[in-house]
Design a protein around this ligand. Sequence first.
Ligand SMILES: *[C@@H]1O[C@H](CO)[C@@H](O)[C@H](O)[C@H]1NC(C)=O
Ligand SMILES: *[C@@H]1O[C@H](CO)[C@@H](O)[C@H](O)[C@H]1NC(C)=O
Ligand SMILES: *[C@@H]1O[C@H](CO)[C@@H](O)[C@H](O)[C@H]1NC(C)=O
Length: 541
Amino acid sequence: MLFLCSILFVVTCNADDYAQRPNIILFLADDLGWNDVGYHGSNQIPTPNIDALAYSGVALHNYYVLPICTPSRAALMTGKYPIHTGMQHGVIYGAEPRGLPLSEKILPQYLKELGYATHLIGKWHLGSYKKEYLPYNRGFDSHTGFITGKIDMYDHTNVERGSWGFDFKRDSDALVSHDLFGVYATDIYTDEATKIIKAHNRSQPLFLMVAHSAVHSGNPYEPIRAPESVIEKFSYIKDRQRQKFAGVLTKLDESIGEVVSSLQSNGLLQNSIIIFSTDNGGAAAGFNSNAASNFPLRGVKNTLWEGGLRGAGALWSPLLTHKNRVATQLLHISDWLPTLYSAAGGNTSVFKNIDGIDQWEALSKDSKSERTTLLHNIDDIWKNGAITVDQWKVVTGTNYDGKWDSWYGPDGREGNYDVELVYNGLAGRAIQELGLMPDKEKIKELREAATVKCKEPASPIECKPLEAPCLFNIEEDPCEQRNLADKHPEVLQRLLKELNRLNATAVPPNNKPLDLNGDPKFWSRIFVNFGDYERSRTIEL
Ligand SMILES: *[C@@H]1O[C@H](CO)[C@@H](O)[C@H](O)[C@H]1NC(C)=O
Ligand SMILES: *[C@@H]1O[C@H](CO)[C@@H](O)[C@H](O)[C@H]1NC(C)=O
Ligand SMILES: *[C@@H]1O[C@H](CO)[C@@H](O)[C@H](O)[C@H]1NC(C)=O
């Protein structure tokens, strides 16, 4: 009897190891466009590792993010619309004395309560002027990366609003990590991620967030940088900026492959949930000196058109009941907090007053999403707003005086799609080891279903968002070519009413004028938590 018990005990121990909460790996790409991933139909720049995750998990077809970085990351971390945290307007600058309000409890803090080890690699961008705003004081055990909005991929400096400073370190190092200087940022992330995975003690579940610099542009002197040997492979791309962009994107895709492969070789993959997501739409056609593509969707980053909001995203996990599909559930970036918490076995009744909805069941079992309304944003400084209810979307106002309201390429449809690359990539091989890669026919079918197609409509109906709100039926017209405001005034009114209802719950944006004291020139050319030190004058934004 005693003997049996000890056998049972051993068996139970092992079973516990596998029954433990899933590891959560969150890959956040920066400024990646809808049409920059291969599974959305472009043949131009292969992304076999990202594609492998999408095909063997679920490709998120109606997945929405905020149009710009800080608001999007704030929604991801808090599960709230940015109008409810004061984060709805623009980004945080390195010399700006504000951050995501400390009253907000965020994703890694919630996961820590479920026993997770929590690590952030890469970009933060949610406030850094005082140390309490930094990742390691907000639930992350470690952070290697940068705190402002962007960096040069090699020298790790940020040129921003007239200042220039170094922004890159491990939080265990003093002010800078000298050994990392000059190393390509994406390679650093890959190395750090694989180190964390290797060193991870499996008695705890792992939450690893890799918030990539790619494919955000860097500084004006050379905005798009990747190793020349990688860029050279894309000599067939005639647009030189897009060719360089291909190098940046390829490095991002390879990094994801290496991390997935490392999860597998360290025995973590089989009990992992992986999210791949962009933070906002792509900076296309020279916007931010970059060369992303949201084709065929309208607009760019920082606009409320689908190209600014509809996010390239995928969810992967052996724990999903219905895999290998294009998920049409309406999903918002704020949904990840309750969704992941729920997938990790947490009780979502801990969340009070969040806007995110637990979508784990809907995504896993392909059941109906509880989300029918999705606020894209309301920004009373830029004077715009947009909301989706069911298949309808209202857009009111626009940015840049309407200069970025058009449709931009490239479509990337020339050439062929090489499925073999998907199987032979590091992610594809790791997933095959778990027996989870679908066959070629299935991949073809999935890719077809994940590709948005828009014809030139026989009768486009112009939208002038600066003059009057526009209404689109996104299901039939994902490219926003037919403004149905006049045709369906009752629908328009219904959505405007909903927009007003949400607007009435908004808190004012918490943007602040820059603090001169925050200029890196006072701090050995380093972006620091200047608010922790005496000295203060303000300059106007
Ligand atoms: C992992 O953590 C457990 C529990 O804290 C500890 O007992 C064990 O020694 C750790 N293993 C390693 C290899 O550090
Ligand atoms: C979740 O927590 C609530 C409130 O504490 C409780 O009523 C409910 O039973 C819990 N649900 C589960 C599944 O434990
Ligand atoms: C939101 O409400 C404010 C007044 O509180 C108003 O100025 C603004 O125009 C409203 N925005 C939208 C998009 O309705």
